[in-house]
Structure formats: C-alpha cells, structure tokens
Ligand binder design. Sequence first.
Ligand code: AGP
Length: 372
Amino acid sequence: SAAEKGGYDYFMLKEIAEQPKAVADTLLGRIDGSGSLRLDEVRIPAGALREIDKVVIVACGTAFHAGMIAKYAIEHWTRLPCEVELASEFRYRDPILDAQTLVIAISQSGETMDTLMALRHAREQGSRVLAICNTNGSTIPRESDAVLYTHAGPEVAVASTKAFLTQLVACYLVALYLGQVRGTKWGDEIRAVIRDLSSIAGAVDRVLGTMEPVRELARTLASKKTVLFLGRHVGYPVALEGALKLKELAYMHAEGFAAGELKHGPIALIEEDLPVVVVVPSPRGRSVLHDKIVSNIQEIRARGARTIVIAEEGDEEVVPYADHLIRIPATPTLLQPLVATVPLQVFACELATARGNEVDQPRNLAKSVTVE
Ligand code: AGP
C-alpha cells in the first residue's frame, strides 16, 4: 500500500532514500569511545583471526559486487590475500580451503541457495565462515560460525539498493577489524578511516539531494538499446553494479567493463551516440588512476560515445570530455563506491519508470533465489 511505501511511488525509491540512515545504523554501536572497533558479535576468537592466511568471499549478484569492492579494502588494509567468487561457481571448481581460510558469505536475504551451498562446502573443508547478512535468523547466518548483520532494515524491492551500501560498510568494518586484531593496521589509521566512514551517511544524503538532473537524463535515454559502464579499481565493481541495475529494472542491454580493458576488445562496441557511464576515481591520492580514466574518456568520446561522467566535486579535468556530468562528494578512494553507486540506482529506477516497467517487481526475478 501507499502507506507502506512511505509516500513514495515504489519501495525502491523509499529504500534509495533510506540509505543515509541504513549506512549510519550499520556503524552504530560498533565503534567505542576511543574510535576503535567493537565487533564482539563476530564470535570468532581473536587467536583464530590472527591465524587466518587467506580470505575468500562468496556471494551472488549485487552482494558479489560488494565482495569485489571488499577485496580492495581487505588486501589494502590487512595485507591478507583475498579472493572473491560467484557463489554459484565456487564449489564446483574444488577450491583450496583449510582451517586458516576465512570465508565471508554476503547475502541480503540470508536464503540464497547458491551462497548457502558455497558456505556449506567451505565449512566441510574446515574453514570458518563469517556471514554478512541483512535478515536476522535467516539460514546463512544460522549455518555460519559468526555473523555481522547489516542494519538496512527490510528491503522489499527486488533490486537491491540500501542492502548494498550497508554490505559495503560491513565489509569495511570486517577489513578494519581484521587489521585491528592482527595488528596490521594501527589505531590511528583505523580511527581515521572510521571518521571518514562516519561522514559518509551525510555524503550519501547530499548526493540524494542532487539527483533531478540524473532523472532527466535517464528519461532522454529511454529508447536506447544499450548502455555501457566503465570504472577502474573500486569503480569497476560500481560499473558492474550500475549495469546489473539497468538490466534488471529497465530490461536494457547493459555491460560494465574495467576501463583499462576497453582497448582489448570492448572499444569496438563504441558507436555514435552510445551512452557510456564512466565512474571517475578521485583526482587526489592515487592520481595515476584518475589520469588513466581521463584518457579512457577521451578515447571513447573521440569515437562518438555520449559520455556520462560521475566525478568528484572539484574535478575540473573531466569537464571538457563530459557530455553529462554527475557530481559526487569527495571521499577517500576506497569509500567512493558508497556515493558513486547512488546515481546509478536512481538512473536505473527512472529508466525503468520511463519504459513503463514494474520497478519493484521486475519480470522473471524473485527477491531471494532459493533454488540452485
Ligand atoms: C540485486 O539487485 C539482485 N536482485 C540480486 O542480484 C541479488 O543481489 C542476489 O540474488 C543476491 O541476493 P542475496 O543478497 O539475498 O543473497
């Protein structure tokens, strides 16, 4: 009913709007007075976490994209090798797992059969499994050694939005916690990231306030056949997520690519007026990434692409090459997906509406996929 949707036309719009609160709620109570992490709920003894020599993340769909982003954070902050794999592929390749492997299973519903079968397989090999889940008491956390709940609140729309942002927050917390317990990250550094994370809810809120031009742009693209998405580093999984949202909601052909891979094939797809969304990393810090993507944007634009550029406030270098410019607040590189994903959600939702599709219940899809 309209009341359940809180005055919004669709649950998806309500859930997009709830993201600042969902992000803040997922941090709540997990940071102590000194700014360190308190994750006692992760019931894996510190001694066992110190013995871990590898992290393996399994998940499906949007949760898999959160896992791809988590890999960057875990490897950077803990120096532990981290693999990410689609849960549906995982157990069929005889993966190398033992008691020193920490397996992280990410699932909004906690009922996804592919993810459940992957975690069962990992536990049979003696690995410890930590679930990141949004649904209290669901099967995946019940069968795991430990769980860190995302506090997004119930997600009704089939297309995942607020659950994704909170999965990212939970992954960052786990990465920092591993660093804290294992001593690979020092208190001051952890506290600095926590401070950055704590300001992200406000940044998401600011992005939400600037989405009208994104909606207008989406409406002008309603008759397009294809949209491509490009990113590098953590912007690459964001590009994949933008493409997935568009497929499931707008029923359009959409594909995400690592921008550096363009010249190895996908650039052949570029033709006059093809919309290409580019997620641009911060020009600060690792500016080499930024330089590379600016040249990628030039390359596709020279071949006729209509560039839709998502870039930090204050990034002037991209301006000459952007047919459409979507601004996001400045954040540290690893945290950028928390703000960069939001315009892509709004874009897909508006395109679906413009094409007359059912936003909350896309055709052929179920909210939780309980068959393998
Ligand atoms: C996301 O928009 C999709 N509906 C889908 O990819 C989903 O993320 C996937 O099925 C995993 O679901 P889960 O998080 O409940 O395990």
